[in-house]
Design a protein around this ligand. Structure first.
Ligand code: PA5
Length: 447
């Protein structure tokens, strides 16, 4: 078993007949996704991606990763949204959020840039890069997104000043649209090695393309195992539309029942800090896919036990419009026993010698029961271990569930029209040519 969906702690919140009633809708949505007859069907490339990918490019990703590992101390990954969250989530999950601070022979430090508009964060990263050998990977499907485009200008200038144009081009790797788009043309002219964001894969579903795989491979993570896990998940989840045998379809059914019963917020719960960016990846996947047409479950996330000391109060006892989806990893690699202390001033000697994983598991079990008692349903997703294989399986579980769930909800899960509104206003306020009339109207509102 790689993944098990445990519905014990949500059952009491599901009324008789509700699962049976939604089952037909889940089947129809499963069919709609696989037949390619639904809305957004030109963005279904991710469904078969774990088997159906460009093998030549995959080999080039590994070769480029090896080259980057040799060439630099610092590898800067430039991208935003779907063009960075997957890579960062996997690297932090498999390696560590403290990867750069820990010993990692043979792989460079990895930093992410172009995912905000912060002068401070860009300047800090430039300071970190001083005196170091640098490579960069700019990732942008459109090639025109403001945040990564600004960071790319800054780092391109730095590399060209530091190494000269000829060497800089050996250190710049670009992941973008195959043929259209300004970044591809610019990169070909400049002589940068390029990788493809497939036309039919949207940013938030792109972690298993070059978008995610190149930075992930640079970190020394086993991308073969990641892909194998995703491929096995795809085989299983595509084969059955039955909510009783397919855990992915059961997740779709239960979360939609929760939504219809007034639970409009889903909180993804992890008990390990290494999963904080996985939470962020999941929030983008579900937020951009489902939040439209005035519908959708609001995706939130927590890391417990940290957030039990902050949001825990609300989840236990606040507005009852939430449910939790808890991810639990059964086998962990790290062990750490609680030390014995002669004085026992904190009264913790009853735990002396007990592994912290055991303490964490009991925190999880106790919390689930407390939250259920408080009126917050809990869906429990159990993962066999913390391997790349299991993570690939989990990533695909959430992607496939997201696609089917969007269709159950009655939205197009593969577009993101709402993302444009802020950009339009920002460009107008910054005086971009062509936005003159909007600028005046917005400025009048801001007076
Ligand atoms: O999921 C998405 O489509 C978005 O989050 C995009 O990935 C994000 O806006 C970045 O776009 P681009 O890769 O075109 O720079």
């Amino acid at each position: 078993m790689t993944l098990k969906l445990n519905d014990t702690y949500v059952k009491s919140f599901i009324k008789d007949g509700e699962l049976e009633a939604i089952s037909a809708e889940v089947k129809a949505a499963h069919k709609c996704l696989l037949s390619g007859n639904g809305e957004g069907n030109d963005f279904l490339g991710w469904v078969d991606l774990p088997f159906n990918y460009d093998k030549e490019e995959y080999a080039r990703i590994k070769a480029a990763a090896a080259k980057i590992q040799k060439k630099c101390d610092v590898f800067v990954v430039i991208g935003i949204g779907g063009s960075y969250l997957g890579a960062r989530a996997v690297i932090e999950y498999v390696k560590s959020p403290l990867y750069n601070n820990l010993k990692h022979e043979g792989t460079p430090d990895i930093y992410f840039s172009g995912c905000n508009i912060s002068a401070q964060s860009l300047n800090e990263l430039l300071a970190i890069c001083e005196g170091k050998d640098i490579c960069i990977n700019v990732i942008s499907k459109s090639g025109t997104t403001t945040e990564p485009a600004v960071a790319f200008r800054v780092f391109r200038e730095l590399l060209e000043k530091k190494y000269g144009k000829a060497e800089a081009k050996e250190r710049i790797f670009v992941t973008t649209d195959k043929a259209r788009g300004t970044l591809k043309k610019f990169s070909d002219e400049a002589g940068y090695e390029t990788f493809v964001v497939p036309d039919n894969v949207g940013g938030r579903f792109s972690v298993l393309t070059a978008v995610g795989l190149l930075p992930i491979a640079v970190s020394g993570t086993d991308i073969d195992a990641l892909m194998k896990g995703a491929a096995d998940a795809a085989t299983e989840f595509k084969a059955s539309d039955d909510i009783n045998t397919n855990p992915c379809m059961k997740y779709v059914a239960i979360r939609n029942i929760m939504y219809r019963n007034g639970k409009g917020t889903e909180i993804l719960v992890n008990y390990e800090p290494y999963a904080a960016m996985l939470n962020e990846w999941w929030k983008q996947l579900y937020g951009e896919s489902e939040g439209k047409d005035k519908k959708g479950i609001f995706p939130a996330s927590v890391i417990f036990s940290t957030d039990l000391h902050s949001l825990g109060q609300f989840i236990q006892d606040g507005s009852r419009n939430i449910f939790e989806t808890v991810v639990s990893v059964n086998e962990t690699n790290e062990k750490k026993p609680v030390p014995f202390d002669e004085a026992n001033v904190d009264g913790l000697n009853f735990l002396a010698g007990v592994d912290l994983n055991e303490v964490n598991k009991m925190a999880m079990k106790g919390t689930i029961l407390a939250h259920v008692d408080g009126g917050t349903p809990n869906i429990l997703i159990e993962i066999a271990d913390k391997s790349e294989y299991s993570l690939g399986y989990l990533l695909y579980f959430f992607e496939f569930a997201c696609g089917v769930s969007g269709y159950v909800l009655g939205v197009n899960p593969f577009n993101q029209p709402g993302v444009e509104a802020y950009k339009k206003n920002m460009f107008a306020l910054l005086g971009k040519p062509g936005y003159e009339s909007e600028k005046a109207a917005l400025e009048a509102r801001l007076k």
